[in-house]
Write a protein that binds this ligand. Structure first.
Ligand code: HEC
Length: 184
């Protein structure tokens, strides 16, 4: 499979080129202006190489369970808090992946629905709360963020998730989900 780069819209590219040319004549003025003109889609990016179903199982579900477990753990060592932070960071990054869609047959239709983006934004907000709780080593706050997160997972699943996952990839039992990174 070849990796394709998404081309920015021509008009946006032109504006960006003009802005960059202007900046080139003012070496100290990088920045604010260019940053407000260019949105994150005004540049090339690499399309997702896997399906949302696989991302749910291999990244979202995995990372979220670690965050929930940290909330309910009897004791948390410094190392445990670092591990929790690592998984919460993984979940935070996964939020953007979920908003982009993937190779699954229903993925692009799902991500074009505004409700999908709202649920994803909610998942990101819950994860940010979890990260703040982890940074403060506050388990009670982590449990609260975790509980809000479950409501979000379930809300989006109720709205979008088919009874049988489109790629047949489920989280339990693990030996049945085959290769979670299968792409075709
Ligand atoms: C924006 C919507 C959305 C959010 C938010 C979301 N999911 Fe999903 N999830 C889906 C959809 C849709 C599927 C089914 C994908 C398919 O069939 O291709 C799915 C599938 C799954 C699956 C695989 C199917 C299964 O039943 O085993 C797991 C596991 C999963 N999600 C866990 C989670 C967890 C945990 C969270 C929250 C931390 C979460 N999801 C948040 C939409 C979402």
């Amino acid at each position: 499979m070849s990796i394709s780069l998404q081309k920015p819209h021509r008009k946006a590219a032109l504006i960006l080129t003009l802005a960059l040319a202007a900046l080139a004549t003012m070496p100290n003025a990088i920045s604010a202006d260019a940053a407000t003109k260019a949105t994150s889609t005004d540049r090339e990016f690499i399309e997702m190489q896997t399906s949302l179903n696989a991302i749910m199982v291999a990244v979202v579900d995995w990372a979220a369970h670690e965050v929930w477990e940290a909330g309910y753990a009897e004791t948390m060592t410094g190392r445990n808090w670092l591990t929790a932070k690592q998984y919460a960071t993984e979940l935070l990054a996964a939020g953007t992946l979920v908003s982009l869609g993937g190779t699954g047959r229903a993925d692009m239709e799902w991500v074009s629905d505004p409700a999908w983006q709202e649920w994803t934004a909610e998942m990101i907000a819950n994860t940010e709360d979890a990260l703040r709780a982890i940074e403060a080593k506050d388990q009670a706050a982590l449990v609260m963020a975790g509980e809000a997160l479950v409501v979000t997972c379930e809300g989006c699943h109720q709205a979008f998730k088919p009874g049988i996952p489109t790629e047949g990839i489920i989280h339990v039992p693990h030996h049945e989900y085959g290769d979670p990174l299968a792409r075709d």
